[in-house]
Design a protein around this ligand. Structure first.
Ligand SMILES: NC(=O)c1ccc[n+]([C@@H]2O[C@H](COP(=O)([O-])OP(=O)(O)OC[C@H]3O[C@@H](n4cnc5c(N)ncnc54)[C@H](O)[C@@H]3O)[C@@H](O)[C@H]2O)c1
Length: 333
């Protein structure tokens, strides 16, 4: 049967790249999104494609969810207030969307005859770990922000549904994303650093030796296709760290790579920034079970973005901050 994949929150940074990938590979794609950041522009490339269907709506609105679920075979839960700062700024909306809305979806999509429901979580759940440690999927979770706390809550909510729902649930703990997207975000480390240095802004980097895993958005899209097509026995209510060992990097490693392209970039280092996260992650499980390894390195991503900026892309990104990141929401439930 031809798959029709519902991307819940599919008009965002990751979801639009998944849309491009899946349409190119011959799948049908349905998206439900409420354009929380007035990000309507991001679905423009797909509107009119006979294999693409967009349903405007909120994940707390069962009527909209019913409309979106017509004819679908699988669901990917991407929607949310994404990032620590935005959840700190809007704690009430964060509870409504990231906790209640996702939980609603986990319940709503039972008995809809679906194959898989994939919940996109985050490696931020590991929080702060010791320098020599490597977090695999069984490593204790230490969510430091409202954002990560909601992810941990809904991971557990979904995992408890094993044997109680008719779909195969899967949790993917995404590394921090980088790469170009129709809904570009410059509030993520790699892209923010590259853009600021490119436009000659002095870049202040806190805690430059802290580790974080990264993954290119196109690799996430390939991974999603792998998961959707995986044998049930390999992924059934499993949690996977999503990324690759090759892209575990410190902030300093990212800066050094940018300076290879822009040697006169202005960088200052500081200590005790507001974001204490430091985690190095093991991606062995996803490699061993699904054969997934990233094709794009952080170095490739930096080159790609500098190429885009040189071509004049995102020339308004220093001025139109809200268009390019998760800062201000437009939400009435
Ligand atoms: N970008 C990253 O670095 C990263 C890292 C780890 C995990 N993730 C996860 O990947 C997913 C996608 O992240 P992203 O970077 O594309 O974020 P994004 O903010 O660009 O996209 C989120 C989308 O969800 C939509 N949305 C928000 N609330 C909604 C609601 N109530 N109803 C319907 N739609 C709603 C927004 O309008 C937006 O289009 C998220 O679940 C995020 O937690 C992302």
């Amino acid at each position: 049967m031809l798959k029709n994949i519902l991307l819940v929150g599919g008009a965002g940074y990751v979801g639009t790249v998944m849309t491009s990938h899946l349409l190119k590979k011959g799948y049908k794609v349905t998206v439900i999104d409420n354009f929380l950041y007035d990000n309507q522009f991001s679905i423009q490339p797909y509107v009119g494609d006979p294999d693409y269907r967009f349903v405007p709506g909120d994940i707390n609105d069962e009527k909209a969810l019913s409309e979106a679920s017509k004819g679908i075979t699988d669901v990917v839960l991407l929607a949310g207030l994404v990032g620590d700062p935005i959840t700190k700024k809007y704690p009430i909306e964060s509870e409504i969307i990231n906790v209640n809305g996702i939980r609603n979806c986990i319940d709503f999509f039972n008995n809809k005859n679906l194959d898989k429901l994939v919940f996109i979580s985050t490696c931020s759940n590991y929080g702060l770990i010791k320098e020599h440690e490597l977090a695999d999927e069984s490593f204790p979770l230490n969510p430091l922000s409202l954002y990560a706390k909601a992810k941990v809550y809904n991971e557990q909510y979904l995992l408890n549904k094993k044997f109680k729902v008719d779909y195969t649930g899967v949790v993917l703990r995404f590394a921090t994303a980088f790469g170009l997207s129709p809904r570009m975000r410059f509030d993520l480390s790699v892209s923010e650093f590259v853009r600021d240095v490119f436009f000659g802004k002095e870049l202040l980097v806190y805690d430059e030796l802290t580790w974080r895993p990264y993954c290119h958005v196109r690799d996430f899209a390939r991974l999603l296709e792998l998961v959707i097509n995986a044998e049930k026995s390999k992924v059934d209510f499993e949690v996977f760290n999503a990324g690759g060992d090759v892209n575990n990097s410190t902030k300093k490693m990212i800066v050094d790579e940018i300076l290879k392209h822009i040697p006169d970039g202005k960088i200052t280092y500081g200590t005790n920034g507001s974001d204490p996260r430091n985690y190095k992650v093991s991606f062995k499980k996803i490699k061993n079970i699904l054969g997934f390894e990233p094709q794009v390195t952080v170095q490739d991503g930096i080159r790609e973005l500098i190429g885009g900026l040189k071509n004049g892309l995102y020339s308004d990104s220093m001025d139109d901050i809200n268009k390019y990141g998760n800062f201000e929401i437009n939400y009435t439930k």
